[in-house]
Design a protein around this ligand. Structure first.
Ligand SMILES: [Zn+2]
Ligand SMILES: [Zn+2]
Length: 288
């Protein structure tokens, strides 16, 4: 099947199907547990993106908020589409714009039945788009608010040097559900997250030759019932799509699945079923 790709970013690329022959032979249901459908990259062809996802077997998608505005857009997208759900939250990069008013607006937005989690929230001391103080303050505040709503968390962590884990130990009530998305930490961090009861989201980084090597070493240590797959679209295009497309999209989560199955020695069907059920369980979505 040939799909026309109309992203502005991919206008100059060849028009080819996102899936390889091998991939299209797989008959499985997939859950892209983390992407950003509000992104301007999808503005002109969101329906085509969702069609391609469905053709690739992706029948559930979680679109993630990072600010008040993107959360609002995400909920609007989820509202009118089957199989699309949304989160609300303030990303650590945007913590500098955090306020009680914005948290309050998100709390109201979270009452929508399609909102299934709070996030992404966390700490990112890599690029420091917001100060450490602001990041910690709004992470803690959002942990509190989401607890009153009994919502699971979508966490983002990068280079927090143990501070993120410290805050979770103090503030994340045992038994709460959540996922550390786009995991790229150490073995020690992985073990801590698992002990806390969190699930682990794996992106297309795992498919990338050099950059994905440390992650590929750790992937076998993630129990099958804690593993989620995600695109984080429009970012992080996986291999092999990386060679042709500049914009990631939910259909490409298949490449993450196939790579993980290969590394872990599981069949793609088995891994698809497990990651689908895991995402449904973490987000309290009816799996059928
Ligand atoms: Zn993130
Ligand atoms: Zn994200």
């Amino acid at each position: 099947m040939i799909h026309q790709i109309r992203h502005p970013e991919t206008r100059n690329t060849k028009h080819e199907t996102p899936n390889t022959k091998h991939q299209t032979q797989l008959i499985v249901k997939l859950f892209d547990s983390h992407c950003h459908l509000d992104d301007t990259a999808y503005r002109n062809d969101l329906d085509a993106v969702l069609d391609r996802a469905r053709t690739a077997g992706v029948d559930k998608i979680m679109t993630i908020g990072v600010t008040r505005r993107t959360s609002r857009i995400g909920v609007g997208i989820a509202e009118s589409r089957d199989g699309v759900y949304a989160t609300v939250g303030i990303h650590p990069h945007d913590a500098k714009e955090g306020s009680e008013k914005s948290v309050d607006d998100l709390r109201r937005l979270a009452e929508h039945p399609k909102v299934k989690a709070w996030g992404e929230v966390g700490l990112d001391f890599n690029r420091m788009f917001s100060s450490r103080e602001d990041q910690e303050k709004w992470l803690i505040r959002q942990l509190e608010v989401s607890e009153t709503l009994d919502l699971p968390l979508v966490f983002h962590e990068r280079d927090s040097n143990g501070r993120f884990v410290e805050i979770l130990r103090e503030r994340f009530r045992p038994g709460r559900k959540g996922v550390v998305h786009c995991f790229s930490g150490t073995r020690k961090e992985l073990e801590t997250y698992l002990r806390i009861g969190l699930s682990i989201g794996i992106t297309g980084i795992v498919t990338v030759q050099g950059r994905g090597a440390p992650l590929r070493d750790l992937v076998p240590f993630i129990p099958l019932d804690r593993l989620l797959i995600e695109t984080d679209g429009p970012y992080l295009v996986p291999v092999p799509q990386r060679n042709k497309f500049r914009c990631n999209e939910p259909a490409f989560v298949r490449s993450v699945l196939l790579k993980l199955a290969d590394i872990r020695g599981e069949t793609p069907e088995e891994l698809a079923r497990a990651t689908y059920e895991n995402a449904c369980r973490v987000y309290s979505i009816n799996c059928s």
